[in-house]
Ligand binder design. Structure first.
Ligand code: PMP
Length: 296
């Protein structure tokens, strides 16, 4: 870099870009008061946005599920994401798109919020330390159960992340970077911010959407890649025991990509180091995002 000042971060809020410290929303915004809103976490790689169409679709679907009317269409939203990257000089980064219910009164009623608030923050994200990718991650199961589909369906990527945060608090107390969550039947669903896969032989398994998980964009990409690699890809229910006795296990997420898991609840998974199928899929995922995306 030359001697010039570092680029000041600009954040989009409702039609304008503001310097980071001036980017604000009202204390009467129901996103703040009640966690009433939806969001997306999106990655840029090499000057292109990975799976932007899928992220926008999920954002609008989440909004529809909570009857939140987004005041702009997906084309305009895409332009906001791209412009946020351009203005911040982002070619490799992480973009947070937030649509909240907007300003209302102190009651819950969303009808009191005439217009949704749209925020776009383009920045970077600290991934897990590199050694977790090379050595593999340890996870444990937490007591906090994942929301059920009839309570707050985890397919809605809402601003209400307290269920995940309660699990994260348990993770922090126990000294784990990520933890496994079960549903109220004790079936494996997902982690606080990642989907989960297990490998047994040439079979790759991940919990089905109906069980109550986020329809992860990385999860979908990995399922395509695995099918292309000739693996037998299945969405099926499984228990902690299946994780303990798997040959391999890994987590997927936009921020974390693919993270090998080598221990769960004190049980070593497979050989206790990242396995060959996980390593192969990591390579395929990197090649995938290097070769596609919406140009910034
Ligand atoms: N599950 C949860 C609860 C998450 O918050 C995330 C991160 N968005 C994921 C799974 C992974 O989804 P994606 O691959 O779309 O980032």
């Amino acid at each position: 870099m030359g001697g010039g000042a570092a680029l000041e971060r600009l954040v989009y809020v409702d039609g304008r870009f503001y310097p980071k410290d001036e980017a604000k929303v009202s204390v009467f915004d129901h996103g703040f008061l009640y966690g009433d809103g939806v969001f997306e976490g999106i990655r840029a790689y090499g000057g292109r946005i990975f799976r932007l169409g899928e992220h926008l679709r999920r954002l609008y679907d989440s909004a529809k599920a909570i009857m939140l009317e987004i005041p702009i269409d997906a084309g305009a939203m895409q332009e906001i994401v791209l412009e946020s990257c351009r203005r911040n000089g982002i070619r490799d980064g992480y973009i947070r798109l937030v649509v909240s219910r907007g300003q209302g009164d102190l009651g819950l009623d969303p009808r009191k919020c005439p217009r949704a608030t749209v925020v776009c923050i383009a920045g970077t994200i600290a991934l897990y330390p590199e050694e977790l990718y090379t050595q593999g991650m340890r996870v444990m199961t937490v007591a906090t159960r994942r929301n059920g589909v009839e309570h707050l369906n985890p397919r809605i990527k809402s601003l209400n992340y307290l269920n995940n945060i309660l699990a994260k608090v348990e993770a922090n107390q126990a000294g784990y970077a990520e933890v496994l969550m079960l549903n109220d039947q004790g079936l494996v669903v997902e982690c606080t911010a990642d989907n989960i896969f297990i490998v047994k032989g040439r079979r790759l398994m991940t919990p089905p959407l109906w069980l109550g998980i986020l329809d992860g964009i990385t999860r979908a990409a990995v399922m395509e890649l695995a099918a292309g690699a000739g693996l037998d890809v299945r969405e099926d229910v499984f228990t902690r025991l299946d994780v303990w006795t798997a040959d391999e296990c890994f987590l997927t997420g936009t921020a974390s990509e693919l993270v090998p898991v080598v221990e769960c609840d004190g049980r070593r998974i497979g050989a206790g180091r990242p396995g060959p199928i996980t390593a192969d899929l990591i390579g395929r995922y990197r090649a995938l995002y290097a070769g596609e995306g919406v140009e910034i």
